[in-house]
Design a protein around this ligand. Structure first.
Ligand code: FE2
Length: 464
């Protein structure tokens, strides 16, 4: 007899012990805790023909966005093909979504999972994978509305309900509905104090609203909880560092970098992204980071030719540009050019568009910046900035493109552009001292002493 999972959704599994281990892996996946890969492998040892466990394993592989894992995914797809006859309709949806992910067709995978969720709205694994896929696609509205579609089918008694609130919180935040996002995120954290994604969603609200002190307090008070969530600990540390960075606490930023962000020298791309994103900000702000770039660039070097996901490529290029690694930078640019051109012949997946429209121009801009060609950096980055959502990530992560652009404009002495960009930034986040310092430099460049003085005074005032 086939078994239902703990939320009542049907599976083709017949081994309760294996299903119990699988449920634990799903909970780890939802909470970004433990080692869901090892746990799900335990479920497969118990029942080698367990379709959903193979699916979870493959989902974990594809969402790591590591090109090197694709052969493993292919192998799992081969195993799943052999099990297709015993799979139910929900499981066949998962298999099709994994195939789409493997082929780089992320939007197609997201659509397939939407279909699965129509009939199985309490399929927590489908929801989590789809949520992450929406994130990689930069689909803000779907990050919010995919969760809203299923929420009425969940109640506080459904196992994992808090995790769904945390997902909704993040989607609401990406759609700038900050009050609702904070409320949902705080409710999720009340249900489960260790919910690192919900803690993260509330931190995003504070980041977007420029509540720097609140952000430091929120993440500092919950440090033990988010540090315990291994998969998200580097990223939450990065968020804490962002607040400190804006407040001018450079030493604390470096302490966080040397601690939770980079102490373990993680070779996972998702961790290296945050490390690059931190060091590049410090690089833009003129902070000496010593030998840290060299270590990180060395860790990125094997990925120079990947062209697997443009958002990752941007972060690799930061390391190559900052360290003058011309060989890796050129290898990467050639790989991106090849990837960007691939779409004309059809195929290649969503990353073709992402690379052509954002990844390639931004990487060219970063490299120009690294070489001191600031006017050229502006030319490359300016058109890509307004459509950068198309290559995924969060607003907070993509802000590095805007920061690079304004710094390049200032250094290129393109002060009218810098003044306009600073006006954008101070309107969006008037509590950011850094934004007012950008404004002051632009006014100084234009010889407007009064406005420059006022902006400097505002920055000094806010930094206290
Ligand atoms: Fe984030």
């Amino acid at each position: 007899m086939t078994l239902n999972d703990i939320r009542g959704e049907p599976t083709s599994a017949t081994n309760q012990a294996a299903l119990d281990i699988f449920e634990e892996a799903v909970t780890q996946f939802l909470g970004f805790t433990g080692d869901p890969v090892a746990t799900v492998q335990g479920a497969l040892e118990e029942d080698p023909g367990f379709v959903l466990a193979h699916c979870l394993y493959a989902h974990l592989m594809v969402t790591a966005t590591e090109k090197a894992l694709l052969p493993t995914v292919k192998e799992t797809l081969h195993t799943l093909a052999g099990l297709a006859d015993s799979a139910n309709e929900r499981e066949r949806g998962h298999i099709a979504a994994i195939q789409a992910w493997h082929d780089g067709e992320l939007a197609k995978a997201a659509d397939i999972l939407a279909q699965v969720l129509l009939d199985h709205p309490r399929d927590a694994m489908a929801l989590q994978i789809a949520h992450l896929t929406d994130f990689f696609l930069g689909h803000s509205q779907t990050l919010r509305d995919r969760i809203a579609r299923v929420l009425p089918r969940w109640s506080k008694d459904t196992p994992g309900y808090g995790f769904v609130l945390g997902m909704h919180a993040f989607g609401l935040e990406e759609c700038a509905d900050y009050a609702a996002a904070e409320e949902a995120g705080r409710r999720a954290v009340e249900i489960n104090a260790n919910d690192a994604w919900a803690i993260h969603a509330v931190a995003h609200v504070m980041e977007m609203q420029g509540r720097l002190g609140d952000g430091v307090d929120w993440l500092t008070a919950r440090r033990a909880e988010w540090e315990a969530a291994d998969i998200l600990s580097v990223h939450n540390a990065w968020h804490l560092a962002l607040f400190h960075l804006d407040l001018g606490h450079d030493e604390e930023v470096l302490r966080l970098y040397d601690g939770p962000v980079r102490a373990e020298r993680s070779d996972l791309i998702i961790d290296k992204l945050d490390a690059s994103a931190m060091l590049w900000r410090l690089h833009l702000f003129g902070v000496d980071v010593g030998a840290r770039w060299e270590e990180l660039a060395g860790a990125w070097a094997p990925h120079a030719g990947d062209a697997h996901y443009a958002f990752n490529d941007m972060h690799a290029m930061m390391a190559f540009a900052a360290t003058g690694r011309d060989k890796e930078a050129d290898t990467q640019l050639r790989a991106l050019e090849a990837r960007a051109g691939h779409g004309d012949a059809g195929g290649g997946g969503d990353n073709v568009m992402m690379t052509r429209q954002i990844g390639l121009p931004v990487c060219r801009g970063l490299l120009a910046f690294g070489r001191g060609n600031y006017g050229e950096a502006v030319e490359h980055i300016l058109p890509a900035r307004t459509i950068a959502q198309r290559f995924g990530g969060s607003h907070a992560q993509r802000d590095i493109i805007g920061l690079t652009l304004i710094e390049a404009a200032l250094r290129a002495e393109n002060f009218t552009l810098a003044r306009a960009l600073a006006a954008e930034r101070t309107a969006l986040k008037p509590t950011s001292p850094r934004n007012w310092r950008f404004a002051a430099r632009a006014h100084e460049g234009l010889g407007d002493k009064a406005e420059a003085g006022a902006a400097r005074a505002e920055a000094a005032n806010l930094a206290h």
